[in-house]
Design a protein around this ligand. Structure first.
Ligand code: AMP
Length: 238
């Protein structure tokens, strides 16, 4: 029997009654945070805020932030908390975040999580955060990372092994040539995984101890993962 699609079950049931508030998507590099954030942003009509995308934008524009971040990102390490926190504060001050937002790849350190808690308390944010981690095994992650190609125009994500574009290296949506991220190599991936284990695991423990954490199996079809995140968000909100 065909499994019900995201459209058929959870989306309609959950999205209608839930004011999303701040949703944090956590997980190792390649678990699909960006893909899921895009799906959920469409369902909830709230913005996806990806600190990685904001940093890459700065690198592309050659800003001071970009100059500082480029080498750090290229090594698979984390950009200093202070800088990323300021970037997030500026983005959260924009009016499109009033009903909620999806933070994709933030917080990544305990310092960032504590900063966010304090920032939201100071802003009298009415809804507590919901943190959802997507879990995927190591071998699968490596394949996803090394196969990932992105359209810089519309941010659509492809994978040369599992979701190739119709024409080689060109976006199906707008025909823009696809690019491979500079840090999507096997060597940098390994460092990003080490960084994730040491710095981001405490973030998961932080939200877990606050009773605001759920984990979703990321090795399912994209719509099933999204349905799992929607269900987890509803559970944690109630
Ligand atoms: P991502 O696109 O989320 O995989 O992030 C790519 C790179 O940007 C990371 O490997 C880090 O170097 C940097 N980065 C993204 N988000 C953060 C963050 N919250 N804190 C520090 N560095 C970050």
């Amino acid at each position: 029997m065909k499994a019900p699609s995201l459209e058929e079950d959870t989306v309609s049931a959950v999205s209608r009654k839930l004011i999303p508030g701040p949703i944090l998507l956590l997980g190792a590099p390649g678990v699909g945070k960006g893909t899921q954030a895009q799906e959920l942003a469409k369902v909830w009509k709230i913005p996806q805020i990806s600190t990685g995308d904001i940093l890459r934008g700065n690198v592309a524009r050659g800003t001071e932030v970009g100059k500082l971040a480029k080498e750090i990102m290229g090594r698979g390490e984390l950009v200093p908390d202070d800088l990323v926190n300021r970037m997030v504060a500026a983005r959260l001050a924009e009016p499109d975040t009033s009903e909620g937002y999806i933070l994709d790849g933030f917080p990544r350190t305990l310092g960032q999580a504590e900063w966010l808690d304090k920032h939201l308390a100071e802003e009298n944010s009415p809804l507590p955060v919901v943190a959802v981690s997507i879990r995927v095994g190591y071998t699968q992650l490596l394949r996803r990372i090394t196969g990932r190609r992105t359209c810089l125009a519309c941010q659509h994500i492809y994978n040369v092994y599992t979701q190739p574009p119709k024409s080689a290296m060109v976006c199906d949506v707008d025909g823009t040539p696809l690019v491979q991220r500079a840090d999507d190599t096997e060597r940098v991936f390994e460092e990003r995984m080490r960084t994730y284990e040491s710095q981001t695991t405490p973030v998961i423990e932080h939200y877990h101890s606050l009773g605001r954490f759920a984990e979703v199996d990321g090795e399912q079809a994209v719509d099933r993962v999204a349905a799992g995140i929607l269900a987890a968000a509803e559970r944690l909100r109630s």
